[in-house]
Design a protein. Structure first.
Length: 264
């Protein structure tokens, strides 16, 4: 019934009890999950997991806060290309720009942002080459991220994950064929503009995610998030939109199935 389009199953926070977390997700009605990678090693870990889990697919990519992992790694894009050809890969991701976290050691802010931009551009080109869509990370970098992504709109679709912006910002990318995705933040009492965007976005323009182990929705706020909780985010979105949770689940699953490779 529910589709968690962004859950970090490769996080160390799940190492001790991942099988139990997956069973809780299935018991909650979560029928499909996409697990995005943060670097090449994390991608390999996720692919090893996914081969034994029929309801799990993987996105492979270099997260903007991990671009230092490929700064001095010749041929990293070829390694990523090979991983992306795995039949369990549904998208390229998580990729993007992050201006919130401090640069890695040894980088100035200017150097760090320039490296993020180069790694993002290379991965967008790879996605276009392989005809895969992308999962996009934005943290205080909206204008620069949009300026890099929109020129690819005729070749690659992106989902702006953990969307926290206005409806005007959403409309800017939706009009080019891209998507936005909501986390448990929409359930918070202080959700504000995010809740308003969730209320107004067209039913074909958004997906749901947990971003587990982060951003657990009410009533689990403050705890480790897990994929089962996407059902609670769906209920929060349904309440905001004045729709049945079954409709929200069906709409977002249909959109996700069309966006990600690997499912009928």
């Amino acid at each position: 019934m529910f589709f968690d389009t962004h859950t970090h199953l490769g996080s160390r926070q799940f190492d001790a009890d991942l099988p139990a977390a997956l069973e809780r997700a299935r018991a909650a009605g979560v029928t499909r999950m996409v697990a995005p990678a943060t670097d090449l090693e994390n991608a390999r870990k996720l692919l090893a997991l996914a081969v034994n889990e029929p309801d799990v697919r993987v996105a492979v990519g270099i997260h903007p806060t991990d671009v230092d992992s490929v700064a001095d790694r010749p041929g990293w894009i070829d390694e990523l290309r090979e991983l992306a050809r795995h039949p369990k890969v549904a998208a390229i991701g998580e990729i993007g720009l992050d201006y919130f976290h401090a640069p890695a050691e040894g980088f100035t802010q200017e150097q760090w942002r320039a490296l993020q931009a180069r790694v993002l551009a290379a991965q967008m080109e790879l996605a276009a080459e392989l005809k895969l869509n992308v999962i996009l990370h934005n943290r205080e970098s909206w204008d620069d991220l949009v300026s890099q992504v929109l020129p690819f709109s005729d070749r690659v679709r992106g989902v702006f994950h953990c969307f926290t912006g206005t409806m005007d910002q959403a409309r800017e990318v939706l009009e080019k064929g891209h998507l936005i995705s909501f986390t448990g933040i929409v359930s918070f009492k202080n959700a504000g503009v995010i809740a308003e965007t969730a209320r107004l976005v067209p039913d074909t323009g958004y997906m749901l995610e947990t971003d587990a182990p982060y951003l657990a929705p009410v009533p689990y706020r403050g705890r480790r998030c897990e994929p089962a909780y996407v059902a609670d985010t769906a209920r929060a979105v349904a309440a905001l939109r004045g729709e049945a949770v079954e409709k929200v689940a069906a709409d977002t699953t249909r959109t996700a199935l069309a966006f990600f490779r690997g499912w009928n």
